[in-house]
Design a protein around this ligand. Structure first.
Ligand code: PGA
Length: 242
């Protein structure tokens, strides 16, 4: 695991952008993508770039159960507005949050992942250490599932909704087993609220109690942090970029 720490999230996101551009140039074709506040600057840089993803495939980590892709809080809507409307991919997959036939949606998403091995997987990090919506306790070999969101995830995501009651309580999520099959993984985490989870993922024990600690078992992981998110790490564990 390589850990890069930057003065702020703007500079950190530029580094992440450079990694994206480099991987695209080197032939990466299938991109695993993430939603949330963390990758917004990266997506802005991608929108403003001259990179061309029109021959590429994207596979997103998750989608709220019950939300249609036109719903402004759905992750499909987020991806369209943050990236795809400006930088279309040949094909972009997200779970279908409106599919109430849970097993068939799970099977369909697992098949998409199996048919499109992920070259580069982008991850954010939950305050509780989740990756995708794989909450604490999720198995490291798990595939797609319908997840019950934990109270702290609902609390964290309520900032995007008018009231906490409007936050969906379930989501389809790619499993940790599928995430770990990606050829290369880049995780971004910014701000003081992520510092404990960052410490756990990098220096804590490998445990299902902190899903991101599973990344310690992957051979090619790059962690990109701002100073606040890195504040609990021991100084010799990361590269600091002035
Ligand atoms: P955030 O969410 O980027 O909005 O902080 C990250 C996550 O929960 O995975």
């Amino acid at each position: 695991m390589k850990i890069h720490v930057f003065k702020n999230k703007e500079i950190a996101s530029e580094f992440a952008y450079t990694e994206f551009a480099k991987n695209l140039e080197q032939g990466a074709h299938v991109f695993g993508l993430a939603t949330g506040g963390t990758p917004e600057i990266l997506y802005q840089l991608l929108r403003e770039s001259d990179l061309d993803f029109s021959n590429c495939v994207s596979i997103n980590l998750d989608e709220y159960y019950g939300l249609d892709g036109n719903h402004p809080k759905s992750y499909r809507y987020y991806m369209q507005t943050q990236l795809f409307d400006v930088k279309p991919f040949n094909t972009s997959y997200l779970p279908d949050g409106t599919d109430t036939n849970v097993q068939s949606q799970i099977d369909a998403y697992n098949q998409i992942i199996a048919e499109n091995p992920i070259d580069l997987q982008l991850l954010g990090l939950g305050v509780n250490g989740h990756i995708g919506f794989n909450e604490p306790g999720s198995p490291f070999d798990g595939q797609t599932s319908l997840v019950d969101l934990t109270a702290n995830t609902i609390e964290a995501n309520s900032r995007y909704f008018a009231t906490k009651e409007e936050v969906p309580t379930q989501a389809y999520s790619m499993g940790i087993g599928s995430i770990l099959k990606a050829n290369k993984i880049i995780l971004l985490a910014f701000g003081p609220k992520k510092a404990d989870a960052v410490f756990g993922l990098a220096e804590g024990p490998i445990t299902v109690d902190l899903p991101a600690s599973s990344l310690q078992t992957h051979p090619d992981v790059t962690i990109i942090l701002d100073e606040e998110a890195a504040s609990q790490l021991s100084r010799d564990s990361y590269i600091f970029h002035e």
